[in-house]
Design a protein around this ligand. Structure first.
Ligand code: SF4
Ligand code: SF4
Length: 301
């Protein structure tokens, strides 16, 4: 399992101030994904042309002759890249970077422990997200167990797109789940994320039945899921659950994934589906809908 980012002093990834570990690999393909380097479970090379000074250090360093400097910057010669990382190490400007690094459990704990005081004094902890952390249940449970032994609060930020058996394995080791609810209509959910929503709704219900603490997060996107009918269906579903979410966070759409896709050499929203940020007024209206169903709600994480 590879980690593609470690965010310290995170304030939107659960209660208090947190350390967030981003696990690589996700079974969804949300059109608006703002962490595309988390989709593929393997390591990936990323390139930022504007940081490249054309020094050719990477070209000369590649043991396979896999890179060439062109007018459009560094490109592949077509030779298969083994992701050895030599070019990345040689690049003086960080124009080339590797997304994904393996860490031992003790390395991760040493990193996390640096922020123990700030986590404890702020009521924070550690958040595991992705990608989709439930794609790596063994590694996830190992990390969560160790954090638990150390008395640190554990949040799992997840799509919940996983088998019931996988979720059952993780539940005893998490203090809080933060769950994305992207669309109540399964066909539309599949259209925008690549997967149906039934397993997700079933797993939200499972968490609610067990009385586990959970927050719901709705990426609010005009053209995708921000219509009143969908928001009302979300509210009706959540209201009827045996335990309700502690909060429904409305997360307005932004397109910061565009730049990251460019660095990975992949396309953002290749089918050019229409997506935009709902007005402030509409965001507030959605919050009011959830509140009218007895659900606490706010804009933002
Ligand atoms: S990661 Fe290794 S094989 Fe791939 S381009 Fe860089 S140096 Fe060559
Ligand atoms: S080493 Fe870095 S800066 Fe130099 S040519 Fe390669 S990508 Fe560009």
């Amino acid at each position: 399992m590879y980690i593609f980012d470690i965010k310290r002093f995170a304030i939107n990834d659960g209660p208090g101030i947190r350390v967030t570990l981003f696990m690589k690999g996700c079974p969804l393909r949300c059109v608006w994904c703002h962490n595309p380097e988390g989709l593929n479970p393997n390591r990936q090379k990323m390139y930022v042309k504007k940081k490249c000074i054309g020094c050719r250090s990477c070209v000369e360093a590649c043991p396979r002759g896999g890179l060439v400097l062109t007018r459009d910057g560094i490109q592949s010669t077509g030779v298969e890249c083994t992701l050895c990382g030599t070019c990345v190490e040689e690049c003086p400007t960080l124009a080339l970077e590797m997304a994904g690094k393996e860490y031992s459990l003790s390395e991760l704990m040493n990193l996390v422990e640096k922020d123990r005081v700030v986590m404890e004094t702020s009521g924070g902890g550690v958040t595991l997200c992705g990608g989709e952390p439930l794609m790596h249940p063994e590694a996830l449970v190992e990390i969560l167990e160790e954090l638990g032994r150390r008395g640190l609060h554990r949040t799992v930020d997840t799509t919940l797109y996983a088998s019931e058996a996988t979720l059952e394995k993780v539940i005893p080791h998490a203090d809080l789940f933060m769950v994305d609810l992207k669309h109540m209509d399964s066909d539309k959910h599949r259209k925008y994320t690549g997967v149906p929503n039934e397993p997700i709704l079933r797993n939200i219900r499972l968490i609610a039945e067990k009385g586990i603490r959970y927050w719901i997060r709705i990426p609010l996107i005009e053209g995708v899921n921000a219509d009143e009918a969908n928001i009302i269906r979300c509210a009706e579903f959540l209201k009827e659950l045996p335990t309700r979410p502690e909060i429904v966070n409305i997360l307005p759409y932004h397109d910061i994934g565009i730049g990251k896709h460019k660095r990975l050499g992949s396309d953002y929203n290749p089918d050019e589906l229409v997506m935009s940020t709902p007005s402030q007024e509409w965001q507030e209206h959605c919050v009011e809908i959830f509140k009218s169903y007895g659900l606490d709600s706010k804009i933002g994480g």
